[in-house]
Design a binder for this molecule. Structure first.
Ligand code: FAD
Length: 305
């Protein structure tokens, strides 16, 4: 219930104005978003690399409605990739891109072209691009664009969401050689017709999907903070004989940082999803929706002023 209310608020521009201008917001945001500029992204990449962690960097933005905004977001990625390369930080890094930020909602071809320009720059910098997955109305379009991008950039990564009923079938399609697939639970509010509603059903689906990916020929990226799923992931790696460089764990910046370090210390590949930029509102609200304790953290920041 609370989750649905927060996710509904994440799409309200009225609530966004209140939250974004509130004086307490900066401290709360800082826990999940290391900064707004390319330099902030580089600093976070350096700090995480020093702890043995890889990154995927996300320039925050979504649901772009005008072409100029889409160009601005594309250019931010191009600037980031040039800077990563110049700072010798590109090797092993990845960028995460939301197609809705590049115009997918009003012009799919435009979003494809912008994503392709970012793939070209990523390839020149020696790094890769992963397409984030958004709400279920965009899944087919995102997977179609993925297929087109993979023609020239076969290492372009996809994200599949275990809460969608279709995802086991999508995992089977994508568990092929050279394919990079991030498996997450899913962060949006979805109807019962397309998505499992209970945590137990989502977890069971996650395990079924993980089995398909870990036994397949692609490169699975297990994106979860859930201790049980992480244990099962490590177990499946042993069972299917996957070495640490043949799959990875992924977690969000600011969420369970001790666990990032523990897994990296045990020799696993761990990649941290690092969002940066000024458009943090939708991202922050999804993080709050995931965990009631985060709402309490937010409320404490509000009442301590
Ligand atoms: P949960 O059951 O939500 O959490 C398990 C435990 O993890 C909790 O008990 C708590 O201890 C801890 N935890 C989880 N979330 C938080 C939090 N916000 N703050 C503090 N502790 C927390 N979703 C999409 O829909 N599309 C994407 O493209 C996408 N990309 C992602 C990329 C990465 C690298 C990660 C890690 C997640 C991504 N997600 C994406 C979000 C994902 O779908 C989930 O909403 C999110 O990861 C929470 O699910 P969980 O698997 O961690 O399990």
């Amino acid at each position: 219930m609370l989750r649905s209310v927060i996710l509904a608020a994440s799409r309200s521009s009225r609530v966004e104005r209140v939250v974004a201008t509130a004086p307490f917001s900066r401290d709360v945001v800082r826990r999940f978003v290391p900064g707004t500029t390319t330099d902030d992204a580089l600093r976070a990449t350096r700090e995480l690399a020093a702890g043995g962690l890889a990154v995927t960097l996300d320039y925050l933005g979504e649901d772009t409605v005008i072409p100029e905004q889409a160009v601005e977001i594309r250019d931010a990625y191009l600037e980031l990739l040039t800077a990563l390369s110049a700072a010798n930080l590109a090797a092993g890094a990845d960028v995460s891109v939301k197609l809705s930020a590049l115009g997918q909602k009003f012009d799919e071809q435009l979003a494809y072209e912008h994503a392709r320009s970012i793939c070209v720059a990523a390839s020149e910098a020696g790094t890769t691009l992963t397409l984030d997955m958004e709400d279920h109305t965009t899944t087919d379009s995102t997977l179609d664009i993925l297929t087109k991008l993979r023609t020239d950039f076969p290492n372009t990564g996809a994200v599949l969401q275990a809460y969608l009923r279709r995802t086991e079938a999508d995992c089977r399609e994508l568990a092929t050689a050279g394919s990079r697939v991030r498996l997450c639970k899913g962060a949006y509010s979805e109807p019962e017709s397309v998505a499992y509603q209970s945590a137990l059903e989502v977890d069971k689906s996650y395990v079924r999907c993980m089995n398909i990916l870990m036994s397949g020929e692609g490169y699975p990226m297990l994106a979860t903070h859930d201790p049980r799923l992480i244990t099962i992931g490590a177990d499946r790696a042993r069972w299917f004989d996957r070495a640490p460089e043949e799959f990875e764990f992924q977690m969000l910046y600011g969420v369970r940082p001790d666990e990032h370090a523990r897994l990296a210390g045990e020799g696993y590949t761990v990649r941290v999803y690092v969002p940066y930029g000024g458009q943090w509102y939708g991202y922050l609200m999804r993080r709050l929706a995931e965990r009631p304790a985060n709402v309490a953290f937010f409320a404490r920041a509000l009442t301590s002023r």
